[in-house]
Design a protein around this ligand. Sequence first.
Ligand code: ATP
Ligand code: MG
Length: 261
Amino acid sequence: MNRRPPCAANASPLLEGRGIGKSFGGLAALAGVDVAVYPGDVVGLIGPNGSGKTTLFNCLTRLDGLDAGRIHFKGVDITDHQPFQVARMGMSRTFQNIRVYRKLTVIENMLLSRQWRGARWPGLLRPSRPEVTERADDLLEFVTLVEQRVDLAGSLSWGQQRLLEIGMALMSDPDLILLDEATSGVNPLLVDAIRDRIMTLNTTHGKTIVLIEHNIELVADLCSRVVVLDHGEKLADGEVGAVLDDPAVSEAYFGRRGLNG
Ligand SMILES: Nc1ncnc2c1ncn2[C@@H]1O[C@H](COP(=O)(O)OP(=O)(O)OP(=O)(O)O)[C@@H](O)[C@H]1O
Ligand SMILES: [Mg+2]
């Protein structure tokens, strides 16, 4: 596997959350979580259902307000930023429940995405500049959706919609990409395509990536570091092999069965 080696421990984090707390009613979805992502890393964020992974993404991208903690991105305190400001700074994401405009074409989704992320309000009716359309087309080629360019997004397979969302997330040319279950519900052939695209984004394009993923084989394959959440707390954080071999992690995930079945 030719992924980048993990970043030197003395580098400054690209993204750092300290003591992140988030409750819904009486339920602590996140109970004081620390997380650091270094430039060039591919970090896996894993944990059982309901352990707080998506909530952590929502906090980091500023979609959810925090009850406690601070978040820094590129050295700037973004705790009080709006999502569009964070996007402009170079952080982009995909969603566990795919968010594409099903009744718009693939290329329209790409163009609209850039306007969502780059401005406070989407300029749906504003014609795109030729260089923006060109960028969208280049990215459609990257996510292997050129042939579907004028198809309605709602007509794409689930895996193709996930690839489209990755393409949309790349329109703003982010430095950091957060992928929430990019392969869940996707057929195995497209899982391979998504795995390959994630690898290329990191190794060829230098993107830093955090991926929430239940496919542990894929995590082992792609990630240099893994963070494990359990009941809103961080259970483990470290080099991928050590974390996946940790009996406490297996226990949290699968009870006594272990990560390898
Ligand atoms: N908007 C919300 N309102 C109320 N409770 C919420 C909300 N969002 C998340 N929760 C709760 O917070 C906890 C963490 O949810 P979260 O979606 O972050 O988990 P997750 O690790 O992403 O799970 P999964 O693997 O199933 O996607 C869960 O108990 C969930 O029910
Ligand atoms: Mg989730």
